[in-house]
Each structure stands twice: as structure tokens, then as C-alpha cells.
Design a binder for this molecule. Structure first.
Ligand SMILES: [Zn+2]
Length: 158
């Protein structure tokens, strides 16, 4: 009987340590967390490159560049609502452009990849990279241009 109790105690302690370790490793800002392998299962290579490695699709190649149907744009990785067609405009840049996002669903970061500082934008739910925000948007609205990769988003018709 004593041996049996000791065994139970040992198992309890082992699991106790494991759950503590898990707690400390999952303190992150994003609600949706996946490993590299898990993301690769649900995203194409191109989507993975843009969303998870902050890549950029080639200008004028994205499917939402010249696309003006009425509806909503969601994160390709986690389906969070990010933009609406009411705020989409043709910037001529070669990427889908919006003057206003769904504020609480977008996060910002500073990125120095090209030698100068730009504001990186990402999905606030999963951390997926969307594009950048610039100050050369339409003056009559916000003056902002949210420049987004088509592969980072998916469209839902109204
Ligand atoms: Zn997302």
C-alpha cells in the first residue's frame, strides 16, 4: 500500500512540473498560438511566407488588388474581421489598400527591414503579418494607407 501511494505521489509531482513549465512558455500576447508545423498544415507555402515570415507578395499580383465587391476582409489564418469594403480604395500601389481597419483587431510593430522605419501591421488574434501602414492615404478621409497582402486576407461577400 505504501509503495502504491508513493507511485501516485511521483506521478502527481511529474505532472505538476509539466503543467508549470507549460504555463511559463505560453505567456504570449496572441489568443491563437500554433507551432511552425501546425501553421504549415493550414497555410499554403506562400501564405506561410507572408503571414508567418513577414513576406511580401509581388505588386499587382494579388487577387484583391483590383477587387471592389461589397463585403468584409478577414485574416486568412484565423478568420478575424480586419477590414470592410467601405474603406478600400485604389492606391495604385499594386496592393489592396484601406484607409481604416477594424481598429481593435489590428496590431502594430516597427520594422526596419528596408533600412528605414515602417509601421508593420498584423492580426491581433494570431499575429499573422498583413502588410504596412503609410501616411500617404486619402486626405479626405484618414490620410492613412493600410497596404495589405492579398494572401494574408480572405473576402466574404455581403
Ligand atoms: Zn489572424
Amino acid at each position: 500500500m505504501y509503495k502504491y501511494n508513493l507511485l501516485i505521489l511521483t506521478i502527481f509531482l511529474l505532472f505538476g512540473c509539466e503543467s508549470n513549465a507549460q504555463k511559463t512558455s505560453s505567456t504570449s500576447e496572441f489568443k491563437i498560438q500554433k507551432t511552425k508545423e501546425e501553421w504549415k498544415k493550414v497555410l499554403t507555402d506562400n501564405e506561410y511566407h507572408v503571414l508567418r515570415e513577414a513576406g511580401t507578395e509581388r505588386a499587382f499580383t494579388g487577387k484583391y488588388n483590383k477587387f471592389y465587391k461589397e463585403g468584409t476582409y478577414h485574416c486568412k489564418a484565423c478568420k478575424t474581421l480586419l477590414f470592410t469594403s467601405d474603406h478600400k480604395f485604389d492606391s495604385g500601389s499594386g496592393w489592396p489598400s484601406f484607409d481604416t481597419p477594424i481598429k481593435e483587431n489590428i496590431g502594430y510593430d516597427t520594422d526596419n527591414n528596408l533600412g528605414h522605419t515602417r509601421s508593420e501591421i498584423h492580426c491581433n488574434t494570431c499575429g499573422g503579418h498583413l502588410g504596412h501602414v503609410f501616411n500617404d492615404g486619402p486626405k479626405e478621409t484618414t490620410g492613412k494607407r493600410y497596404c495589405v497582402n492579398s494572401v494574408s486576407i480572405t473576402f466574404k461577400e455581403k
